[in-house]
Design a binder for this molecule. Structure first.
Ligand SMILES: NC(=O)C1=CN([C@@H]2O[C@H](COP(=O)(O)OP(=O)(O)OC[C@H]3O[C@@H](n4cnc5c(N)ncnc54)[C@H](OP(=O)(O)O)[C@@H]3O)[C@@H](O)[C@H]2O)C=CC1
Ligand SMILES: CC(=O)N[C@@H](CCC(=O)OP(=O)(O)O)C(=O)O
Length: 311
C-alpha cells in the first residue's frame, strides 16, 4: 500500500487526481480537512508521512511544499505546477519522451504543462531524429478549455457575460515557453499564441510549419510515420489518420480522457504542414499524467486507473 498526499486536493487538478485514484486499492490517501488544508504544520506532517506527495498548487506554494519535505526522508514528489519543469535535479515527467525507467527511478518528478504536453509530443521526437530542425523559429497556436486556468478561470467562465473566446499571452512571456524550448532541445524561444473558449476541458495545440523552407524538405507523410513509430508502444498517445479529416472540435461538455491524439496534415505539393495535438488539459495535460507518473513511481502498470479508449 502506497501512502499518497495530494497537496491542493480541493483544487481542479487535485480533485481529478483523487477521482482517478478512487477505488485503487494500491493507494491510501492522506487527507486534510478544509480547516487544515492550508495549515503549514499539518501540510508538513502529511507531506513527510506520504510515500508520494502530489503537488496541485500555485507555483509559490509548490516551492514552499518542497521546502517542507525532509530532503533525506522517504517522500517522493510529483509536482503538477510549473515551478520545477526546467529545474536541476527534477525529472521531467513525460515518460514517452524521457523514458519510463527514468521516471520510475526519480525522487522528484515535474509534471509537464498542458500546452507543452501537446507541443512536445509533436515536435520533440522529430527534432531528436533530425527530421525537424532544432534551430527553427517554432510557433504554437493553441486553444484550451477554461478549466485550464483553475478555479479562478472556471468562476470567470461560469458567470454571466463569459467571453466566447479569450486570447492571451501578449506579453510573449508565457510561463510555458522555457519548458517547450528546453525539452524540445530548441535553439530559439518559441512564439506561443494561446486562447481559451467556453468548453470546460480539452485543448487543441497546433504547430504550423513551412516544410518547403526547411533543409532536407521533410514531408508531412514522413513526419506522421516517424511519430507513429515513436508512439507505437504507447497506450496513451496515438497518431491518427489525417486523410479525410477537415475539422477537429472541442466538445463543450466532453467526458474526461487521459488519451492524446496527434495529427499531421500536409498540403498538396508538400510545402505546408500543420502538426496538431488534441488532449484533455486535465487528462494527459495534468491529472492523468500525474497518475501515470504515480503508477511508474510505485512500480504499477503505467496506465492503471486512466481513462483510455479500448485498444
Ligand atoms: N488546470 C489545469 O488544466 C492544469 C493545472 N496545472 C497546474 O496545477 C496546479 C494546480 O492548478 P489547478 O488545480 O488548476 O488550480 P486551482 O486554483 O483549481 O487549485 C489550486 C488549489 O491550491 C490551493 N492552495 C493555494 N495555495 C495553497 C497553500 N499555500 N496551501 C495549500 N493549498 C493551497 C487552492 O486553495 P483554494 O481552494 O482555497 O483556492 C486550490 O484549492 C497549478 O500550478 C497549475 O498551473 C497544470 C496543468 C494543467
Ligand atoms: C487556460 C489557461 O489559462 N491555462 C494556463 C495553463 C494551465 C497549465 O498548463 O498549467 P501549468 O501552467 O501549471 O502548466 C495558462 O495559460 O497559464
Amino acid at each position: 500500500m502506497h501512502k499518497v498526499f495530494i497537496d491542493g486536493a480541493a483544487g481542479t487538478t487535485g480533485l481529478e487526481i483523487a477521482a482517478r485514484l478512487e477505488g485503487r486499492r494500491e493507494f491510501e490517501l492522506i487527507t486534510l480537512d478544509d480547516e487544515r488544508r492550508k495549515d503549514t504544520g499539518a501540510r508538513r506532517e502529511a507531506l513527510n508521512e506520504a510515500d508520494v506527495a502530489i503537488l496541485c498548487l500555485p507555483d509559490d506554494a509548490a516551492r514552499e511544499a518542497v521546502e517542507l519535505i525532509d530532503p533525506v526522508g522517504g517522500t517522493r514528489v510529483i509536482d503538477a505546477s510549473s515551478a520545477h519543469r526546467t529545474a536541476e535535479g527534477w525529472c521531467y515527467g513525460f515518460p514517452e519522451l524521457v523514458g519510463r525507467e527514468r521516471v520510475a527511478d526519480a525522487r522528484r518528478v515535474s509534471n509537464p504543462g498542458c500546452y507543452p504536453t501537446g507541443f512536445l509530443a509533436l515536435v520533440a521526437p522529430l527534432v531528436k531524429q533530425s527530421l525537424l530542425p532544432a534551430d527553427w523559429p517554432y510557433t504554437i497556436n493553441a486553444t484550451s478549455g477554461y478549466s485550464g486556468g483553475g478555479k479562478a478561470m472556471i468562476a470567470q467562465f461560469e458567470q454571466d457575460g463569459a467571453p466566447a473566446l479569450q486570447s492571451y499571452g501578449y506579453s510573449m512571456a508565457h510561463k510555458h515557453r522555457p519548458e517547450m524550448k528546453a525539452h524540445a532541445g530548441l535553439t530559439h524561444g518559441v512564439i506561443f499564441a494561446p486562447s481559451v473558449v467556453p468548453a470546460y476541458r480539452g485543448m487543441i495545440v497546433e504547430v504550423p510549419l513551412h516544410l518547403g523552407a526547411m533543409e532536407g524538405d521533410p514531408t508531412a507523410d514522413a513526419l506522421r510515420e516517424a511519430l507513429r513509430e515513436f508512439y507505437a508502444d504507447s497506450a496513451v498517445v496515438s497518431v491518427r489518420e489525417s486523410a479525410g479529416v477537415d475539422k477537429l472540435v472541442l466538445e463543450k461538455n466532453a467526458e474526461p480522457t487521459d488519451a492524446m491524439e496527434l495529427f499531421v496534415f500536409g498540403n498538396e505539393g508538400g510545402w505546408h504542414a500543420r502538426l496538431v495535438a488534441r488532449l484533455d488539459n486535465l487528462g494527459k495535460g495534468a491529472s492523468g499524467a500525474a497518475v501515470q507518473n504515480l503508477n511508474l513511481l510505485c512500480g504499477l502498470p503505467e496506465t492503471a486507473g486512466l481513462a483510455l479508449p479500448d485498444a
